[in-house]
Every structure is written in structure tokens, then in C-alpha cells.
Design a binder for this molecule. Structure first.
Ligand code: BES
Ligand code: ZN
Ligand code: ZN
Length: 489
């Protein structure tokens, strides 16, 4: 879908060219475009202010059918995220205009102060992510995504960064896949179905993949996962994905929370809090989509994905508050609240992965707590880790990809709050406060010597409203972050 190209806009009859424009600086070296822009700016029709746009048809001096100028605002304020957002809006506009193939003129390397590859990457990501639609449940598909986007760059750049379009395309396809899974209604992604969806995509990507059915979970002692699934007729599954890299000595394990619907269980959520709880498998979606993506990117690292999948429902067979269950690790957990189910299924998955694969690094992604959304809002994930290097690497990847992460504390004395009078540990903190921290501290009890980080994505995994390069619903948060991180670890 994405490719670099070069074109002489004076001579080549191109259908549509999108041109990003700064308000106070010329960022292109193409003379035909510069001449048109000068005229347009003189007529005060368009200044290049942020979000401004104007479409010109067959402008003189070019052979182009349609030029779309899009404002980026002040030159000094242009950052990769503003390019991503502009390009996302451009894709959405072109979809509205029912276009199939578009060209975008990249700012000239000599005229922009950002690193050249970061600029090109941001432009392509924005357009590719903005091109994602979820229309599976619409009888008539009113909108069609763009089929092909060419980024017009100088020849030297096309040579130097030749691998970039396919890399960006792979990562954006992974993000779109995660979004699609999150957007599926819960009646179409019950644990067995969701596991099968992952299986078929993983097989296509040539990953090693295995689904543990309920019997095996029982045999192996996944007591916490089974307890969360006990209330639903749709039985839990565990999906294991694996990509080995020849010669790589190190293994990273990714664990993703896969609650296909979180009703709260016997501690039933109030109606309003239940509305979007089909999104409670966003960690699972991000982990599975990341593995499918890196099968194409081929980093020098062995990567494991472990995905516990379950539906949290109330019923006569559901786990109760007060129940004590034996987790995979051997620890007995008292269920203080059946709505704190994510940490239970993660505890089993993390203990299993640590024992079975002995990874050097373990990272879990989970829509774990409302408290994390209270702390950081809807756009920023919380990172919890005792490992400074790992936490910093995650925060840095968050900056680079704009999947923003903020480090949170893991104070050992707060573990006091997880004490149970009857069992080794409770899944519920004894106070209402600091819920994202106590949840993370609970998880920390199920990893031993492995370098570990927990990323609470309850806020950024799902968007009530669409924005520049994402429609309302699943955001695919985590895929771009993890792909960047795995390359850097
Ligand atoms: N899935 C929820 C967390 C959540 C909340 C995700 C809002 C996305 C948006 C999780 O299972 C949950 O219910 N957590 C409880 C924990 C509490 C019972 C200790 C919470 O956050 O209230
Ligand atoms: Zn819950
Ligand atoms: Zn949950």
C-alpha cells in the first residue's frame, strides 16, 4: 500500500498530490508547488495554519489533477506527531473524496529540522493508520480505504531508506489488526473464537502457535485463570505464540490480558462502567498483533507471546468474593473482588511463561485498572518496573511512537495492602487508593528473577471518539510501542 516515488509535477499527470504546508516557511523545493503556494497565500485563501486545507484542481504550471494543501502551522512547532496527525487527516479526507491512489509530497530534507527518516516514518504512519476503517458490521460499506499511497521523496532518500515503507506498512497492519479485534463485539470473540482468530493469523504469519484447551489448563493447574472463567459457559483458553530468531541468545516474553468481556463477575460492574468492556482484551490483541508483525520484521530476539483468554461473567458457577484459589505458581489467592480478574489471569500466564521459557525479559500489557486512567487520563499508559533500564526503554519507545508511557512507582511497603487473613495474598487492595500500584504489586509476586515491566493500558487502549489517525474504538495501542522496543532492547 505504501511506496516511495519521485515525480516531476510539471510534467507527470498525477491524479492527487497532498502537500503539507507550514505557515511561516517554505518546506518544499519543488518549484511548481512553490509558485502555486505563493499565489494561494497572496490571495489569503490559505495560510498554512494548523488544520487548514484547500483543494486546487489542475493548477497551472503542473500536470496534476488535484492538489490538496494541508496546513501544519508554525515551522518551529512541527514534530513527528504533528506530521502523523496531518497525514492521518489527509487519509481521512481522501477517503471522503472517494480516492483510490494518492501521492503525498514529503517536505524536502534540506528544509526541515527533524531527522529525515523520522519525518518520513511519521508521514507514512499517519496516512496508513488514518486509512484504517472498521466496517465488518455495516451492510453497505460507504467508505473505502485508499488502495495505494506514494510518498514523493528525493531519490537519495528513496535509496537510503528503501526498507522503510514496508516496515511501516507491517507495523500499521499490526495496529489495524489489534484495533479490529478490539472492535469485535463480545459475542463474536468468545475465548475459543478469539483464540482461533489469533491461531489462524499466526499460522499465516508462520509463527509457532499453540492453544491450551480447558482440560490442559486444569491438568497443568491454571487455577486463577479457571476461576475467572468459571462463571461463563464460554471456557477459557491460553494461546502461546513463538518466534525464534536464529542465533539470538535472548528471549523476551510478552503477556497480554485477554478478557473478552468484563462484566465484573459476581461483583457486577454498574451499567455505565460495563459499556466498553469488550475492550478488556486489548492487551491480548496488542501482544498477538505484535508477534504477527515481528514475524515480518524479524528482529534479532526470540519472542514469546502468552495470551490468557477468558470471559468474566456472573452465574451460579462463578467464583465468589471470599473464594480461595490455587494459582499456577502455587500461591493461594483470596478473591477479594471478582472484578479484579485481570491480575488473576496474568498471574497464571506470567508464572507459566517464566517457568516454561525462562525469558530474560517479561513485559505484560493489560487494561488492568480504572485507577490508572484516573492517574494518567485516557491517552497515557502507566509503566511499572523495578528495572530502571527497562522502564526507561519503554518510556523512550513511547516518546518515539507517541504511544505515550509514564513511569509509576512500585513501593514495596504498599504490598501490605494485599495481605489476606486466610490466604497467601488477596487480589484486592485494602484501601481504595493507589489501585493501579497495588494491581502492579500483585503481579510482581508472580515473577521471580526475570527483568519485568507491567504496562497498564486501560486508558489509551480504547477511544470513545476518533481522532486524526484513529477511528472511535480500539486504538491498537502497544503494537507500535512494542515493535520499536524489541528492536532497541
Ligand atoms: N477491566 C477493568 C479495568 C478497566 C477500567 C479497564 C476502565 C478499562 C477501563 C478491571 O478488570 C477492573 O475492573 N478493575 C477494577 C479493580 C478493582 C476491583 C480492584 C477497577 O479498576 O475498578
Ligand atoms: Zn474487572
Ligand atoms: Zn478487566
Amino acid at each position: 500500500m505504501l511506496a516511495f516515488a519521485s515525480a516531476d509535477l510539471k510534467k507527470e499527470s498525477i491524479e492527487t498530490v497532498i502537500v503539507p504546508v507550514c505557515a511561516d516557511r517554505e518546506i518544499h523545493t519543488d518549484q511548481a508547488i512553490a509558485a502555486i503556494l505563493k499565489k494561494v497565500k497572496k490571495l489569503k485563501e490559505f495560510s498554512g495554519a494548523k488544520d487548514e486545507e484547500i483543494v486546487l484542481y489542475k493548477p497551472s504550471g503542473t500536470a496534476v489533477n488535484r492538489v490538496i494543501f494541508l496546513g501544519l502551522g508554525k515551522f518551529d512547532e512541527v514534530v513527528p506527531e504533528s506530521l502523523r496527525a496531518m497525514a492521518g487527516k489527509a487519509a481521512k479526507k481522501c477517503i471522503q473524496m472517494k480516492l483510490d491512489v494518492v501521492h503525498m509530497l514529503a517536505p524536502s530534507a534540506a528544509r526541515i529540522s527533524l531527522k529525515h527518516d523520522l519525518m518520513l516514518e511519521a508521514l507514512m504512519e499517519g496516512i496508513c493508520l488514518g486509512n484504517h476503517l472498521f466496517d465488518k458490521y455495516l451492510e453497505t460499506k460507504k467508505q473505502k480505504p485508499l488502495k495505494k499511497v506514494f510518498l514523493l521523496v528525493e531519490d537519495a532518500a528513496a535509496k537510503k531508506y528503501g526498507g522503510l515503507p514496508s516496515r511501516v506498512e507491517a507495523i500499521c497492519a499490526g495496529t489495524a489488526l489489534a484495533r479490529d479485534w478490539v472492535n469485535l463485539p463480545p459475542n463474536d470473540k468468545r475465548p475459543e473464537q478469539f483464540a482461533d482468530l489469533i491461531l489462524s493469523r499466526a499460522r499465516k504469519a508462520k509463527l509457532a502457535v499453540r492453544i491450551m484447551p480447558e482440560k490442559e489448563l486444569q491438568r497443568k493447574g491454571f487455577g486463577a485463570l479457571l476461576a475467572v472463567g468459571a462463571g461463563s459457559t464460554n471456557r477459557p483458553r491460553m494461546v502461546l505464540l513463538e518466534r525464534k530468531s536464529k542465533g539470538a541468545g535472548r528471549t523476551i516474553a510478552l503477556v497480554g490480558k485477554g478478557v473478552t468481556f468484563d462484566s465484573g463477575g459476581i461483583n457486577l460492574k454498574p451499567s455505565a462502567s460495563m459499556d466498553d468492556m469488550k475492550m478488556d482484551m486489548s492487551g491480548a490483541a496488542a501482544v498477538a498483533a505484535t508477534l504477527i508483525t515481528i514475524a515480518k520484521l524479524k528482529p534479532k530476539m526470540n519472542v514469546i507471546g502468552a495470551i490468557p483468554i477468558v470471559e468474566n461473567m456472573p452465574s451460579g458457577s462463578a467464583a465468589r468474593p471470599g473464594d480461595i484459589i490455587k494459582s499456577y505458581s502455587g500461591k493461594n489467592i483470596e478473591i477479594g473482588n471478582t472484578d479484579a480478574e485481570g491480575r488473576l489471569i496474568l498471574a497464571d500466564a506470567m508464572a507459566y511463561v517464566s517457568r516454561r521459557y525462562k525469558p530474560q525479559i517479561l513485559i505484560d500489557l493489560a487494561t488492568l485498572t480504572g485507577a490508572c486512567v484516573v492517574a494518567l487520563g485516557e491517552k497515557i499508559a502507566g509503566v511499572f518496573s523495578d528495572d530502571d533500564g527497562l522502564a526507561e526503554a519503554i518510556v523512550a519507545s513511547g516518546k518515539k511512537t507517541h504511544e505515550r508511557c509514564w513511569r509509576m512507582p512500585l513501593p514495596p511497603d504498599y504490598k501490605e495492602q494485599l495481605k489476606s487473613d486466610f490466604a497467601d495474598i488477596s487480589n484486592m487492595g485494602s484501601t481504595r487508593w493507589g489501585g493501579a500500584i497495588t494491581a502492579a504489586l500483585f503481579l510482581s509476586e508472580f515473577v521471580k528473577d526475570t527483568r519485568w515491566a507491567h504496562i497498564d493500558i486501560a486508558g489509551p487502549a480504547y477511544a470513545k471518539k476518533g481522532d486524526a489517525y484513529c477511528t472511535a474504538g480500539g486504538t491498537g495501542f502497544g503494537v507500535r510501542l512494542l515493535c520499536d522496543l524489541i528492536d532497541k532492547l
